[in-house]
Design a protein around this ligand. Structure first.
Ligand code: FES
Length: 378
């Protein structure tokens, strides 16, 4: 039986001792999970080792940890995979050349003991923030609400969430802003914003868009998409919330999320690549350069951001030439053609993990769902 070395982060608040590392060696078949190894260590070597778990089958969502820096479910991570990844290192995975499997509690949440974190203090508090239940209007029907199955397809991906908190642990925005509502709670919010039975889509979207720690606090880093064990792709749900807010309800939020989206897409349509010097004034001006330089609120925001611009100039990140001119792509017409094709469509198409492939592929929508596909959108 091969041997695996586990280096586990230990912490017991009652001991008064700071957190420390402890190493164990255990023999288990390589296809067994990191959770199996931790439980074996607990059974045979140290009964005080704390870890939360129940189903051991990636269903209950209770065994989230970080394995070599990468957030994951311990029961869903094979020892062989963890050890190989540790040897290779790379993006999101800390290297240990000898294959030592380093196990730590999840990030962005306070540690209660060893590998157990306080989910109530962060994850569940944020889920409560988004009103995680249906808000229908009027008298309830005599029997059940009847919903066209097609209208529910859009929310199936967010409904697959098991609330393990792995995405919260990996969220880089939350590291910078602990108040960020976060990927799991916002994916939950989309579950109701996309549900035709809910009568408060606009109110929910306005609330989340206006919150300085809400919709527009996500920085598109993809960390939550990479680690989610159920293919929920929380960041995609956040982008869907944004599209609904800006395109369906024209929510012009105080965080300039609406303006930033308009500025971004407008500049790409015009130049093919991002004219960064215009991005800021256009974002403050709801996508318009004129408004960005004449609207009193926009002018004030521009003035406030001048120190950042000067720092960019001083460090050579921005040059006066780059700030004033920006070349168009040689085949810019092709970019405009893509914009036209999308805008000419009668309705927006949202694809999730149950619908894969190109929209114009014959029978694409009839394909069997592929569980675990991370999802595609257009
Ligand atoms: Fe249930 Fe890992 S023990 S998800």
């Amino acid at each position: 039986m091969p041997e695996f070395t586990l280096k586990i982060r230990r912490y017991d608040p009652e001991s008064g001792r700071p957190a420390y590392w402890q190493q164990f060696t255990t023999d288990l078949a390589p296809e067994r999970s990191v959770l199996d190894a931790i439980l074996k260590v607990r059974d045979e070597e140290d009964g005080s080792l704390a870890i939360r778990c129940s189903c051991r089958a990636a269903i209950c969502g209770s065994c989230g940890v970080r394995v070599n820096g990468r957030s994951a479910l311990a029961c869903n991570t094979k020892l062989s995979t963890a050890s190989e990844r540790a040897r290779a290192g790379g993006l999101n995975t800390d290297a240990t050349p000898d294959g030592t499997i380093v196990v730590e509690p999840m990030g962005n949440m306070p540690v209660l003991k060893d590998l157990v974190v306080d989910m109530d203090a962060v994850h569940w508090k944020k889920v409560q923030r988004v009103v995680p239940w249906l808000l229908p209007e009027g008298d309830p029907p005599e029997r059940e609400y009847v919903v066209d199955p097609d209208t529910m397809m859009d929310v199936t991906q967010s409904m697959a969430c098991i609330h393990c908190g792995v995405c919260v642990s990996a969220c880089l925005s939350m590291e910078v802003d602990p108040e960020f509502i976060g990927p799991a709670a916002l994916a939950k919010a989309y579950r109701f914003v996309g549900d035709p039975r809910d009568a408060f889509h606009e109110d929910r979207l306005r609330d989340l868009a206006e919150d300085p720690h809400g919709l527009y606090d996500c920085t598109h880093c993809f960390a939550c998409v990479e680690v989610c064990p159920k293919g929920v792709a929380p960041m995609n749900q956040i982008m869907r919330l944004r599209r609904r807010a800006t395109q369906d309800y024209e929510v012009k939020d105080a965080n300039n999320g609406y303006g930033h989206e308009k500025a971004f897409t407008g500049l790409i349509e015009k130049y093919g690549t991002l004219f960064e010097a215009q991005l800021l004034p256009r974002s403050f001006g709801e996508g318009s350069l004129v408004k960005g330089q004449t609207k009193p609120a926009a002018v004030k925001q521009l003035v406030d951001s001048l120190p950042t611009a000067f720092r960019g100039l001083a460090r050579g990140k921005v040059t006066p030439r780059k700030a004033l001119t920006h070349p168009k792509l040689p085949d810019q017409d092709q970019v405009r053609r893509i914009f036209r094709e999308i805008e000419d469509q009668d309705e927006r198409v949202e694809l999730n993990m149950y619908i894969v492939g190109e929209s114009d592929e014959a029978g694409a929508a009839d394909r069997e769902p592929a569980m675990g596909d991370s999802g595609a959108e257009r």
